[in-house]
Design a protein. Sequence first.
Length: 154
Amino acid sequence: MLLSAKPSDFGLTPTPELPRVWAAMMEWHVGTNVVSLVAVAEGSTSLYFSTGGGIIGGGEHESVRAENRKLLAFVEKSLEMFVPMASPPPVLKAAVSFTVLTYDGIRGARDKEEQITRQKSPLWPVYYLGQEVITALRLATQKPRGELAGETES
């Protein structure tokens, strides 16, 4: 849905901090599944799994919003790493794909996961900041150890 959305759908217009970028996605394979991290400039932050499910509503947590802002600010400053594209780059096995939504259209980049995780790719900082967003999402939304859904303490 994000890819067919417009910045105005989120109430977004260019700002001094983000004059060009309004959203970013990081996608990669984990086994046979595709994982997609989505960060939108108004704070929406979600993690989706191709098998269904994921973590939505992360932007309700300030810790997640802060990491979202760091990721988008870096992407804004590094926009030249992402090339204009008609559509997002495909998600290939053993690679990490990045899609950047700008007020002027879609930009993208991709590199081998091994190159990125070994810090041998210029995309390494974007991947690292994306992982920081995921960590914040996980910490903000995980249940305390031993707590089951619907369980209350007596």
